[in-house]
Design a protein. Structure first.
Ligand SMILES: Cc1ncc(C[n+]2csc(CCOP(=O)(O)OP(=O)(O)O)c2C)c(N)n1
Ligand code: SF4
Ligand SMILES: [Mg+2]
Lengths: 300, 371
């Protein structure tokens, strides 16, 4: 197993996102949280989204970015509520459109770090078109997709990442639609950086997010999470802690996966965690700046 | 500048450049595409940026994002694309992000007749998105006015922090007229000035004039923008005591400046009992009918609306009070006539409408005068 695997202590942290908790004011990283926003969050206690928020804050902190140079853009859903809690330039938009808003913002301010935070439905159902086109353009945006394989906010309808057979309020007899592999989709569409981890492997998420944000190109981090109050309940997957444990048991690090025999690979049902792509491609805003120079009579 | 033969759509493109628009996002659609083509060519020359998005939903989203990044922004489209933009127009209205949306109307509904003119989006421009919100829509009657009203659209969108719809039509968009554009360097667009330090800044403050200044992202003023009902800081709220003042401010902010927003031309004649009311391309037919009628010795008034929304109630009411009959001519089945009827009463209004792709003719209006 990988070095950066964490024990599931992140859950406690999540529950501690309450101002009264005395570590709240002590924690350096949590300087990035908004003090004037009333906590606790809207998330169900035990939800994995809080872990992703923690990882994002640590990644930004690790990169030494100032709060002013970071913009968080989200769509609609439980995941998309994340930006409001953090003290950056935050834009909570319409369902599915985070990347389209982020496109305008990034083009206007290429110097800013623009991070689009989306759920699986937000990014891949209603926002699927924007996702592939933002990747194709290789805009310097980080797409953080929290994949809980369900529409959490609207009460548990199946999403484009719900596994076949999974039950949802709109798939009462089990889902018959094959799921989208988010990372493969991003790679095929033209992203520069693609990685996947889970809310159990929080330190790995920190690392991938820091790399993704530092990347000058379209970067995608899929954070596999869970929704115990809808999907977990409908499919008898137990408590939040049980679902967290399942992420530990049912995932495999890419390094371990690579060592499997072809037969073992074919039989593998575990989610592979790792960095799947990290390449240099011309970034859109750089290409556009070159175009301006050329049109105005300069070289480039 | 010299006199040039120019299309309405071209004039809109130049109006945007003159107004300081430095970001355009759009998706091609007849009869608006020339606006995009001109800006794709001209924006990089002035350091601006053009992008062809994957659809109109994305285009509308991108211009809002770019304005938050500090660039004045515009998109242009026609009926089907305008329909797709509605959700994010509503977003711009409640998040109070300035932007200009050009709708070169074509015949609908649905794909309709892509190359045929229409004025069928009058109500969509007002009520196309869900919920109550303020909006400004301006309708030019000539190529030169397409330029002028584009500049005015940018100014109003900044001044009142609202999306502004330039509600033009295929006739104005594709028609060529000789125009002399003004010196761009003399054009001044409203600029937001913020006096308070970042700690005290409230992006949605309840100011007396209803329009709090907007500071772009990335300048030290960190705040939250959302399409949810929000408080003065932009944070979502469900508290009635926070929602009510916000609703009140946003939904009355245009009323506070209604005289500056209302643009129209009145051509009154002593002793007239009949009046013509029109806008956009149809106002040209109505003006012709007016000339013919007056030459025949009839006494006729005319009101041409350039500001369609907010509807110029005060002026239309006065128009209705002094006349017995008001002929409303438009290329739809009576969309603006609803408003005129609401203000002056149904009995006085005669509708001259057409929605088959052919223009309302001066003869149709003359017939209505005599009928
Ligand atoms: C245009 C539009 N359609 C539908 C909705 C309703 N809606 C809100 S959130 C959501 C799904 C959210 O699922 P996901 O993106 O996976 O986020 P999660 O809540 O699971 O984090 C839907 C369908 C909406 N807000 N807007
Ligand atoms: S509904 Fe599901 S995804 Fe949403 S906050 Fe609750 S547990 Fe998390
Ligand atoms: Mg989801």
């Amino acid at each position: 197993m990988d070095d950066h695997i964490l024990e599931a202590h992140e859950l406690e942290k999540h529950e501690a996102l309450i101002p009264q908790a005395d570590w709240f004011n002590r924690s350096e990283t949590l300087q990035k949280l908004r003090k004037n926003k009333k906590f606790p969050t809207i998330w169900c206690s035990g939800c994995g989204i809080g872990v992703v928020m923690g990882a994002l804050i640590r990644a930004i902190d690790h990169l030494g970015l100032s709060n002013d140079e970071v913009a968080l853009v989200s769509g609609i859903g439980c995941t998309a509520r994340m930006p409001v809690y953090m003290d950056f330039n935050t834009l909570h938009t319409t369902h599915g459109r985070a990347l389209a808003f982020a496109t305008g913002l990034k083009i206007a301010r290429p110097d800013m770090k623009v991070i689009a935070i989306m759920g699986d439905g937000d990014a891949l159902a209603i926002g699927g078109n924007h996702f592939i086109h933002a990747a194709r353009r290789n805009l310097g945006i980080t797409a953080l997709v929290v994949n809980n394989a369900i529409y959490g906010m609207t009460g548990g309808q199946y999403s484009p990442t719900t596994p076949i057979g999974g039950r949802a309020t709109t798939a009462p007899y089990g889902n018959i639609e094959p799921p989208f592999p988010i990372c493969e989709l991003a790679i095929a569409a033209g992203a520069s950086y693609v990685a996947r981890s889970t809310v159990y492997h929080a330190l790995e998420l920190d690392k991938f997010l820091a790399e993704a944000i530092a990347k000058d190109g379209f970067s995608v981090v899929e954070a596999v999470s869970y929704c115990h109050t809808t999907y977990g309940r409908f499919n008898r997957l137990g408590t939040a802690a049980d679902m967290m444990r399942a992420l530990k048991d049912n995932t495999i690090a890419q390094s371990a996966y690579e060592r499997l025999t072809p037969e073992e690979k074919a039989a593998n049902t575990k989610i592979v965690r790792g960095k799947f792509l990290d390449v240099e491609r011309p970034q859109y805003t750089v290409a556009y700046d070159n175009l301006i120079t050329r049109v105005q009579g300069g070289e480039k | 500048m010299t006199v040039q033969l120019m299309q309405g759509n071209e004039a809109i493109g130049w109006g945007a450049i003159a107004a300081g628009c430095r970001f355009y996002a759009g998706y091609p659609i007849t009869p608006s595409t020339e606006v995009a083509e001109i800006l794709a060519r001209e924006l990089p020359k002035v350091g601006g940026k053009f992008i062809q998005m994957e659809d109109e939903i994305a285009s509308m989203a991108a211009i809002i994002g770019a304005r938050l990044g500090g660039l004045k922004s515009m998109t242009a489209t026609s009926g089907p694309g305008f329909s797709l933009m509605q959700e994010n127009i509503g977003y711009a209205a409640i998040a109070e992000i300035p932007c200009v949306v050009v709708d070169v109307q074509r015949l609908g509904p649905s794909t309709g007749q892509p190359t045929a003119p229409s004025q069928g989006d009058v109500m969509q421009a007002r009520w196309g998105t869900h919920g109550d919100h303020p909006i400004i829509a301006l309708a030019p009657v000539s190529v030169r006015q397409a330029f002028d009203l584009t500049v005015v659209a940018f100014d109003m969108s900044e001044r009142y922090r609202t999306p502004v719809i330039l509600l033009t039509d295929e006739v104005i968009g594709h028609m060529r007229e000789p125009v002399e554009l003004p010196d761009f360097s003399k054009i001044q667009i409203f600029e937001h000035k913020v006096t308070e330090p970042p700690e005290e800044y409230k992006a949605f403050r309840n100011t007396p004039d209803g329009v709090p200044p907007l500071v772009p992202f990335g300048q030290g003023y960190r705040y939250h923008v959302t399409g949810l009902l929000h408080d003065e800081l932009g944070f979502p709220t469900q508290r009635i005591d926070e929602i009510d003042p916000w609703l009140e401010r946003v939904n009355t902010k245009l009323d506070k400046h209604i005289d500056q927003i209302t643009l129209l031309a009145e051509d009154a004649q002593d002793g007239a009992r009949v009046g013509l009311l029109s806008y956009g391309c149809t106002a040209r037919a109505a003006r012709h009918a007016l000339k013919v009628a007056r030459a025949r010795g009839l006494k006729v008034d005319m009101l041409t609306l350039y500001t369609i929304w907010p509807f110029p109630e005060k002026q239309v009411e006065a128009f209705g009070e002094r006349l017995d009959k008001i002929i409303v001519a438009e290329m739809n089945l009576g969309q603006l006539a609803y408003e005129v009827e609401r203000v002056v009463g149904r009995k006085k209004v005669v509708r001259v409408t057409r929605a088959n792709g052919e223009m309302v003719t001066p003869q149709m209006i003359l017939d209505a005068m005599e009928g």
